[in-house]
Design a binder for this molecule. Structure first.
Ligand code: HEM
Ligand code: HEM
Length: 474
């Protein structure tokens, strides 16, 4: 763009910004704030539902004849609420702040952002209610019925439009890597979501047989790899240099990490089907690429840790720093563990049992969720112009979640090994159940810590946005 055109554009943006500030439209960052606040509330609901599911493992007869509280429905509602209500919403909120901030402009349309925020929350709510009523397409991560899929897809497309238009009208020429990750995540998901949900077949939302299983796990792993992961990595790339107060270690590494993620992550879904009758060549690709994933993962982590090197003290000083840094450690653990349990002979012990559930929690919550909460705390003062209501409460939330999740992970991993080894020795499923009670009970105990963390966090966030000390006044 020529210098003259740039000046014209900047003047136009200034005029628009003035007009927006004078108009009665939503104030800047309203959409980001709405997504973050709703994410914090959904975390309470989602973890409570997880708690009910966990309790049913310890006391299967506790809740009887209440169909919407039966394990199958509780599990599905839990998963959808934490994945889409808490995690995706919080990270989209973070992105809707970071993109304009990094591009030295405002969000293309705050009004559209707020509308999509309400549409998103309505879709999560209707999704949770319908799943609890038993309406499901019975495909993991693709349970929601067709009309809700349409609403979710529409929300993704509108968020994408808002992001891309913000990029088009930017004042900052350089696109920092976080922008790549945020826009990439929503762009990829807008394509993968309708495919994975087989939306051209509204009646069932699925194909048939093994082909459908392969298709589903192509989609399922892309929800993880092309939505949660890039949103969380984008947020970490934004927060870590700021908390460290140091420039990013390497922009070249950041771009290598981005492109290798897109290249490798897209076809490892079959590692969920290593024990199923799917073509061998697909299993070979999935197995090899599960190890190759260590390239994008460790280029990101080395880059972030080298940026933080020498500034560790800044990370331990704030809850935001601690949350995001802990998230990067979980990312390393998850991906090393993931590579090894992609191997067929390892899966003979770990597949279909609590080992995988442990992996799923340290991945979706430990890695992506911790980064989401940390990034939310980091940007909230800028989003609402108020100081965090209570830094000690944020700190307390960190320790409750950190210790609760570690405890849950260890209990599930040991429980999974007990299950896997017993099955391998020819023991039947039901005879192993009594041995699991202790680990299931431990999960319930640690869950109480996590729910307490969710409650403390939502209270702190709500108080910050409504009553936090104004930054100008401070
Ligand atoms: C109080 C805290 C929580 C408890 C007690 C809990 C409990 C559970 C239970 C009982 C299941 C079903 C496991 C099974 O099928 O055997 C589950 C699945 C799952 N939960 Fe949670 N959960 C909690 C928090 C979270 C959070 C915060 C997230 C993500 C942000 C999360 C993500 C998942 C995922 C991805 C699965 C599917 C795992 C798989 O299929 O392997 N959970 N959870
Ligand atoms: C990049 C390296 C990773 C590899 C190689 C990997 C590998 C795997 C494998 C092989 C399974 C299936 C295990 C089985 O069923 O026996 C699995 C499950 C899972 N992974 Fe990962 N993983 C990686 C990273 C992640 C990340 C970053 C996340 C989340 C952000 C994640 C979330 C999950 C979830 C939720 C499941 C449970 C799926 C289900 O059955 O519901 N993984 N992973």
């Amino acid at each position: 763009m020529s210098a003259e055109k740039r000046v014209d554009l900047e003047e136009k943006l200034d005029r628009e910004l003035d007009r927006d500030l004078q108009s009665d439209g939503p104030p800047p960052y309203s959409a980001a704030k709405g997504f973050i606040v709703s994410g914090a509330i959904w975390l309470i609901v989602g973890t409570t539902w997880g708690f009910i599911g966990a309790l049913e493992y310890v006391a299967p007869d506790l809740i009887q004849n209440v169909s919407w509280l039966s394990f199958g429905r509780v599990r599905t509602a839990h998963l959808n609420i934490v994945a889409f209500g808490f995690l995706t919403a919080t990270l989209i909120g973070v992105a809707l702040y970071c993109i304009p901030a990094l591009l030295r402009t405002k969000l293309f349309s705050e009004r559209l952002g707020v509308a999509t925020m309400w549409a998103w929350n309505a879709a999560v709510l209707v999704g949770a209610v319908t799943v609890s009523m038993g309406y499901t397409q019975a495909r993991e991560y693709a349970e929601l019925e067709w009309p809700i899929d349409v609403a979710v897809l529409l929300a993704f497309v509108l968020i994408l439009y808002n992001m891309i238009m913000t990029v088009v009208f930017r004042r900052e020429k350089n696109l920092y890597v976080s922008v790549w990750y945020f826009v990439g995540a929503i762009l990829w998901t807008s394509m993968v979501y309708p495919l994975g949900n087989v939306m051209w077949h509204p009646k069932t939302g699925s194909m048939t047989g093994t082909v459908d299983a392969i298709w589903l796990w192509f989609y399922g792993h892309n929800v993880i790899g092309l939505l949660f992961t890039p949103l969380a990595v984008g947020a970490a790339y934004y927060v870590i240099p700021r908390v460290a107060r140091a420039p990013l270690y390497s922009h070249t590494l950041s771009i290598i990490g981005f492109w290798t993620l897109g290249l490798i992550y897209t076809h490892i879904g079959t590692h969920h089907l290593m024990q199923a009758p799917v073509p061998l060549w697909l299993k070979v690709i999935a197995g090899i690429d599960s190890f190759l994933m260590l390239i994008p993962v460790f280029t990101v982590l080395v880059n972030l840790w080298m940026t933080a090197r020498g500034h560790w003290v800044n990370f331990f000083g704030t809850a935001a720093g601690k949350f995001v840094f802990a998230g990067t450690i979980w990312y390393a653990v998850v991906c090393i563990q993931g590579a090894f349990h992609s191997l067929n002979f390892v899966q003979r012990v770990t597949h279909f049992n609590n080992w995988v559930v442990g992996h799923a929690h340290i991945a979706v919550f430990g890695f992506a969720g911790m980064i989401a909460i940390g990034a939310a705390y980091h940007i909230l003062p800028k989003v609402c112009g108020r100081k965090i209501w209570s830094p000690p409460l944020a700190n307390l939330q960190y320790w409750l979640i950190f210790l609760g999740l570690w405890g849950m992970f260890i209990a599930l991993t040991i429980g999974g090994l007990v299950q896997g080894n017993s099955w391998l020795n020819g023991e039947s499923v039901y005879r192993v159940l009594p041995q699991l009670t202790m680990y299931s009970a431990l999960r319930v105990m640690f869950a109480i810590m996590i729910i307490a963390g969710a409650l403390v966090g939502a209270y702190n966030i709500l108080m910050t946005v409504s009553r936090g000390e104004r930054i100008e006044a401070a």
